[in-house]
Design a protein around this ligand. Sequence first.
Ligand SMILES: [Mg+2]
Length: 318
Amino acid sequence: MGEFELIRQYFLPLARVRGSHSLVLGPGDDCAVQRIPPGSDLVFSIDTLVEGVHFPPGYRPDFLGWRALAVAASDLAAMGATPSCFTLALTLPAAREPWLRDFAQGLGKAAESFGLVLAGGDTTRGPLALSIQVHGLVEQGAALCRSGARIGDLVVVSGTLGDAGAALDYLDAGNPTADEKFVLERYHHPRPRLKLGVALRGLATAAIDVSDGLLADLGHILEASAVGANIDRARVPVSPALARLKGESALDYALHCGDDYELCAALPEAGWAAAPPSLKAQLTVIGVIEAEPGLRVDGIAVSSGSGAEGFDHFRRAT
Ligand SMILES: [Mg+2]
């Protein structure tokens, strides 16, 4: 089977639109066409993953398909956008059928799970790399930005942090324990907080997804909002599995490691008090926005420069 046939066979099923959808023309023409509903803003973002930089060489193609789309969709969650469609640019050393089949399977599962339809794409020959552009929709003017945090706002995070970062220590584990399996699953199959992002619209003053590590990503909110923050270290949520695996250093993973794709947001105290219990159950208050610039943990300043506290994917993943 030729390269184009392979791609048609494995990728076209991801372009099937079910029910009402803003994608009015999918793959097969010169461009895709998306109709923006009146009163909506189009929210879009692109992410590139390169073998040996963002994922280990020889990484399982089904895991790669899921992870690549999850990472891209997480940026939609951070903006409070509802996912609509995506495009994929895939650079492959060779069009090997088992690899394409497994990759498309992982990608397809993620697409279905996140409500994203394939709108089009491109393939080229070269070292393995992929770029995914995701499109989402949000009510006009309602996108969550990094720049709106105000003094006195509470800093909240979803889920638990540090699991995916710790997983890198066990990527080659031959016979992982239950706790190791738990954190590995968090690394291989991140679940972007899409519903939570939508629920935070109109409530959060600023939001970001935790891709590079809590301190680094919260630092981006502080910089964009021209404020500071203090984090209560003991309140940073870690999973029981991470606590058992890493003991006292579990919190270091939670503060510094990325790849969890949870959300970090700022919201006014009154908004938090009035928030529905179902929303509160997904979030933990870990600190407060302050006037004094910079990020502090238990009152002690940490550097919050871009990437300074972030996680180095390359060093740990390869
Ligand atoms: Mg992001």
